[in-house]
Write a protein of this length. Sequence first.
Length: 342
Amino acid sequence: MTAKLVDIRQSRTSLEVQDGQTILDAALAAGIPYPHGCRSGRCGSCKSRLIEGKVELLQHSRFALTDEEKADGLILACRALPQTDTAVAWLGSDDDDVQPPRRLDGIVTHLDDLTHDIKLVRITPEDRAPLLFNAGQYAQVGFNGVPARSYSMANWHGYGGLEFHIRRVPGGTTSEHAHSALKTDDKATLEFPLGSSSLRLHHSGPILCIAGGTGLAPIKSIVESALAHGMKQPIHVYSGARAERDLYLVGHFQALARRHPNLTFAPVLSEARSAQHRGGLVTQVVAEELSDLDGWKAYIAGPPPMVDAAMDLAFARGMRKEDMHADVFFTPEEPPGSVAFE
Ligand SMILES: Cc1cc2nc3c(=O)[nH]c(=O)nc-3n(C[C@H](O)[C@H](O)[C@H](O)COP(=O)(O)OP(=O)(O)OC[C@H]3O[C@@H](n4cnc5c(N)ncnc54)[C@H](O)[C@@H]3O)c2cc1C
């Protein structure tokens, strides 16, 4: 097999896609701002029309792409391996501006422990210029001598640099480096901004945010941006953690909720009892409290099982697919097609 040419209509570019490479991966590597979210066939943000040619589709969820949509000529760019030269057009999902991704050099300007295993890392571009991105997007962050990984921005505008919340994964190359070796003034590289699970400013219905662990980083960005833009609809934030010591930013969100009566914030502990906080899986608590999600938008971020459960729940409660924006913190070692779907 040889590389295939893929014509991406909106970018007016013909791209070489290597064997085993998805259309989305090739497009992002070429700097094309292809709309995308989970990159693992779960969210549908990269849904595209196959105009010409043939692709093999890797495993994906039925929410992301239904059999009817496939029969109608739609594909997921993150799951599509071109079998012939191909032409595609992304459907596009939103009216917000999308900045093309670019690479830049930065400096670590601030480090702080948010919990026993979550570190705040602030990176400022070397030229100190403000950075444009949409709340909820992420960057590929690289430090000296360790591979770059995806981390979501936790602030909502790029004045004063980018804020990341990095959880230590035991044995993890880059997160361990961030926790044990990283110092202020260290150099960093950024490929940025990435992802399409960002705040939709024109939505006027209620908003549901569900975070698992450091999934709270993009949710913080989205909520702060929504409030700063004067969005007045109900915004419900659920933040799932194992135990009290894994919770963070509780005081920050409680203070925001006091200033903005349309915001509620509920920490949920899955493995510990607490007089103050709800107990159970975050998705169980949402299921008990919200019965009808028709007309709502959801922003969901965290580990794959939590995101899958939250998406199942939201759709079962009447949420429309176009209102679901999910960021799956999948690991780079997870091979395409290995994700378990119903
Ligand atoms: C879009 C996106 C946004 C993300 N945003 C954030 C963020 O804001 N904050 C954050 O902390 N992480 C985030 N992640 C996860 C992050 O990119 C890395 O996967 C994580 O930091 C581990 O990298 P590592 O190099 O330390 O581990 P690796 O060296 O890649 O992995 C070492 C071992 O740990 C396992 N592993 C890797 N990641 C995890 C995990 N998350 N949980 C359990 N086991 C794991 C691997 O399978 C492997 O066995 C995000 C991921 C994606 C795709």
